[in-house]
Design a protein around this ligand. Structure first.
Ligand code: ZN
Length: 224
């Protein structure tokens, strides 16, 4: 039994195969119920890209979790090392499955920008379940490959608009990925991220998709 817990924005904690995995843990976001100093016993941190609202609290979290491993593209791993990051940096690149702590992580394309390296999404494959965190991205045809190759049970998709997909685009992404469960993210943090999860759910229903939309409150979790 594991869980996916949302800390607001794009920050998630995943308990998978008894490992504690953080994805884009910017827990200084205004919605987060936790602070970086509260986070302990981390095994793995996955970073999708180097914008502050994704990589922001990683150095502080690593100070308290020096045995954690960090998976990102090579350039972001080097950047974190140059900033004195504790922990083990595991730099890879897009499309190459990375095996770390008995978990497989595949960094996949994201249509976005990044001040360091390139933007990615991440497919996290354990024995219990496969989770796809799309990172910050627009709608992209490559998402159908993620669905076909990795068959993620759970997809974490941005719906806030402005910098990423909004509700309409994210519903089309669900049609391409075909997850059992989709959890919307990257909305409501600031007024500019205007996308509403209720609208996202309606667009999925309009497309007659069987995917279950799970709308979490910050701090809540979906158990699998
Ligand atoms: Zn970004």
């Amino acid at each position: 039994m594991g869980y996916v817990r949302w800390y607001g924005h794009a920050a998630f904690e995943l308990s998978l195969d008894t490992k504690k995995i953080l994805i884009d843990p910017w827990v200084s976001n205004p919605l987060s119920p936790v602070k970086a100093k509260d986070i302990e016993s981390v095994d793995l941190i996955v970073i999708t890209h180097a914008h502050e609202d994704h990589v922001g609290d990683v150095l502080e979290i690593l100070e308290r979790n020096p045995s954690a491993k960090v998976v990102s593209v090579f350039e972001i791993a080097n950047y974190l090392s140059s900033k004195g990051a504790k922990g083990e940096m595991v730099g890879g690149n897009i499309g190459g499955p990375i095996i770390v702590s008995n978990i497989k992580v595949v960094l996949v394309p994201a249509t976005h920008s990044s001040p360091v390296g390139v933007p990615t999404g991440a497919v996290i494959i354990g024995k219990e379940v496969t989770v796809y965190h799309a990172g910050d991205t627009g709608l992209a045809a490559e998402m159908s490959f993620v669905g076909e190759l990795y068959k993620p049970k759970i997809a974490l998709l941005p719906i806030g608009g402005h910098f990423t997909m909004g509700p309409v685009e994210a519903a089309k992404a669900v049609e391409l990925i075909k997850p059992e469960v989709v959890i919307p993210m990257h909305y409501g943090t600031f007024p500019v991220l205007w996308g509403k999860p209720e609208d996202f759910k309606k667009h999925i229903e309009d497309r007659k998709l069987s995917t279950n939309v799970v709308i979490l409150k910050p701090g809540d979790e979906y158990r699998f």
